[in-house]
Design a protein around this ligand. Structure first.
Ligand SMILES: *[C@@H]1O[C@H](CO)[C@@H](O)[C@H](O)[C@H]1NC(C)=O
Ligand SMILES: *[C@@H]1O[C@H](CO)[C@@H](O)[C@H](O)[C@H]1NC(C)=O
Ligand SMILES: *[C@@H]1O[C@H](CO)[C@@H](O)[C@H](O)[C@H]1NC(C)=O
Ligand SMILES: *[C@@H]1O[C@H](CO)[C@@H](O)[C@H](O)[C@H]1NC(C)=O
Ligand SMILES: *[C@@H]1O[C@H](CO)[C@@H](O)[C@H](O)[C@H]1NC(C)=O
Ligand SMILES: *[C@@H]1O[C@H](CO)[C@@H](O)[C@H](O)[C@H]1NC(C)=O
Ligand SMILES: *[C@@H]1O[C@H](CO)[C@@H](O)[C@H](O)[C@H]1NC(C)=O
Ligand SMILES: *[C@@H]1O[C@H](CO)[C@@H](O)[C@H](O)[C@H]1NC(C)=O
Ligand SMILES: *[C@@H]1O[C@H](CO)[C@@H](O)[C@H](O)[C@H]1NC(C)=O
Length: 256
């Protein structure tokens, strides 16, 4: 009896994405394991997080993402493998943009459904960086896994066709990575509140946001804490970077 109740409570509190078919442009992994750690940060994967150096496996609040790129496989673009972990009663999201104050951001949203005991769902949206408006888009995303435990949302997914064109080094994929949270209002993700703007980063370099110790302009006696633009030294041309992702309508639910 008690055991049954505990199992019921656990079932209400914890939802793990099951084997589910999405739309033609979204697909989910069978694997229910969502194991996000700092292992490999700066070496095998590019990590961004706030607060700085927070532990995605820990108990305290930590908005964390990692990105791994694969080499482009023509005619397809580069594939990004993304891990995202954060705390929200609505959604957490990772955004890719050329410039967070102009143009648009492609948002990848991992959310919980408060009308359904926190069931995980996934969305892609385009954010207008000028007026913060969000519009539903459908970007091909695959191998999506997600789980919600109370206010902690964890997800992993792959974006197979990210093209950066009009750059001289065509495999250099440079974006500002935005991390943030937002509410889910009546099934729809609300305003994206940016907690971290990485500034322009070369996504294929796991160490691109790690300052080089030899940098001559760094005064090591000064605390250099600037969470909004930690990599302002990166030499980039954001206007030359285009995010070519398919834009279609998207709406996907998972079944428990
Ligand atoms: C995913 O689930 C399907 C149907 O349940 C099964 O046939 C397939 O082997 C599973 N794949 C993996 C990688 O577990
Ligand atoms: C999670 O990943 C880490 C590092 O890859 C590994 O050491 C650990 O055993 C994994 N935990 C689970 C539960 O799979
Ligand atoms: C390119 O993408 C398409 C559609 O996702 C896929 O069927 C094809 O195998 C990919 N080609 C390469 C070389 O990865
Ligand atoms: C990616 O770029 C290649 C070469 O520039 C192009 O042929 C292909 O159609 C692009 N893919 C997408 C999804 O835009
Ligand atoms: C982003 O755009 C703003 C104005 O829209 C501009 O002032 C700023 O220099 C741009 N940032 C970068 C890194 O290009
Ligand atoms: C973004 O919003 C501004 C102000 O509402 C508008 O002028 C602009 O056309 C929008 N951009 C896009 C890409 O929708
Ligand atoms: C959910 O979070 C609670 C409290 O942090 C923890 O004890 C429990 O093991 C978590 N459940 C899962 C399935 O991770
Ligand atoms: C949330 O759950 C409710 C009740 O099951 C359902 O009607 C609604 O479509 C779900 N919303 C999303 C975004 O999954
Ligand atoms: C936005 O996020 C910041 C933390 O990054 C938080 O202090 C602030 O209250 C949030 N604003 C809203 C409207 O949620």
């Amino acid at each position: 009896m008690e055991r049954g109740l505990i199992l019921l409570v656990a079932a209400l509190v914890v939802y793990v994405s099951p084997s589910v078919d999405g739309t033609a442009h979204l697909s989910f992994s069978n694997d229910t394991q969502v194991n996000i750690t700092r292992t490999g940060c700066g070496v095998n994967k590019l990590c961004v997080e706030t607060p700085k150096d927070c532990d995605p496996t820990g108990k305290s609040s930590c908005l964390f993402a990692s990105v791994v790129t694969s080499d482009p496989m023509p005619p397809n673009g580069t594939e990004l493998s993304i891990e995202l972990r954060g705390d929200s009663s609505g959604y957490i999201a990772l955004g890719l943009t050329a410039n967070a104050t102009e143009g648009t951001t492609m948002l990848f949203i991992c959310a919980q459904n408060n009308s359904d005991s926190g069931r995980f769902f996934f969305r892609t949206m385009q954010r207008n960086n000028t007026d913060d408006a969000l519009t539903a888009t459908e970007t091909t995303v695959k191998e999506i896994r997600g789980m919600v435990n109370g206010s902690v949302i964890k997800c992993e997914f792959k974006v197979p066709n990210v093209n950066a064109s009009n750059t001289r080094s065509s495999h250099a994929i440079t974006f500002s990575v935005l991390l943030g949270t937002g509410p889910v209002v009546g099934n729809v993700p609300g305003k994206f509140n940016v907690s971290l703007d990485s500034g322009p980063l070369a996504l294929s370099n796991p160490a691109s946001n790690i300052p080089t110790t030899a940098a001559p302009s760094v005064n090591t006696t000064m605390p250099s804490v600037n969470t909004t633009m930690p990599n302002s030294a990166g030499a980039v041309q954001p206007h030359a970077v285009l995010l070519l992702l398919s834009v279609l309508t998207l709406s996907v639910m998972l079944r428990a």
